[in-house]
Design a protein around this ligand. Structure first.
Ligand code: GRF
Length: 190
């Protein structure tokens, strides 16, 4: 199918959001195909899933490069053969700089487990609990150089329930992440 958009997904670990995107491509929910999965960690569990689906993978370890620019150039080299339309960060634990982002204007998405602009950065679920919120959720947004700060495409809220822990809230949000990311991709490709 010639008009399928080509998606690259960057991961660092479990890759459950990556799986939800791959499945949405395969079911036709998203008019796209996953062309490559890139991980900065060789031990990312998500790589096994990608390989089981015969999706090309690449490991580009940031520690092998002298600086962020060289790392980002290597990411671009890996993407080059695939004519990528959209890059989805899915639990990718490296901050991309303007050196990379400027080459992909409005083409990089991220998912963050909070209702942005609330609770940017690490452990947003714990931040929400500590702030005494009665709801939290997830946000799919465009990536800009400032962390977790690009325009929001789609959000899903979940309630915070008495007795919630970081783990229980994270699990409730993650269920919504798996719905939100494919919906956001579908929305921007429409
Ligand atoms: C998700 O909660 C995502 O929002 C955050 O990191 C986690 C990654 O989980 N950025 P997974 O690797 O997609 O399972």
């Amino acid at each position: 199918m010639a008009d399928l958009k080509k998606i690259a997904i960057f991961i660092s670990g479990r890759g459950s959001n990556m799986q939800s995107i791959v499945k949405a491509c395969q079911s036709g929910e998203i008019p796209a195909e996953t062309s490559i999965i890139i991980s900065n960690r060789a031990d990312a569990a998500g790589l096994d899933f990608a390989q089981s689906k015969n999706i090309p993978t690449a490991v580009i370890n940031h520690k092998d490069f002298s600086d962020r620019t060289a790392f980002e150039d290597a990411l671009n080299e890996a993407l080059r053969p695939h004519a990528i339309d959209l890059i989805c960060l899915a639990g990718f634990m490296r901050v991309l700089t303007d050196h990379f982002i400027a080459k992909w204007p409005n083409k990089i998405l991220n998912i963050h487990p909070s209702l942005l602009p609330k609770f940017k950065g690490l452990h947003p679920q714990k931040q929400a609990l500590e702030a005494g919120e009665n709801e939290s959720g997830c946000s799919v947004h465009y990536v800009v150089p400032e962390l977790d700060s690009g325009p929001v495409i789609l959000q899903k809220a979940v309630p915070i329930i008495a007795g919630d822990t970081e783990e229980s809230l994270s699990a409730r949000i993650l269920e919504q992440e798996h719905i939100a990311y494919p919906q956001a991709i579908r929305k921007i490709l429409a």
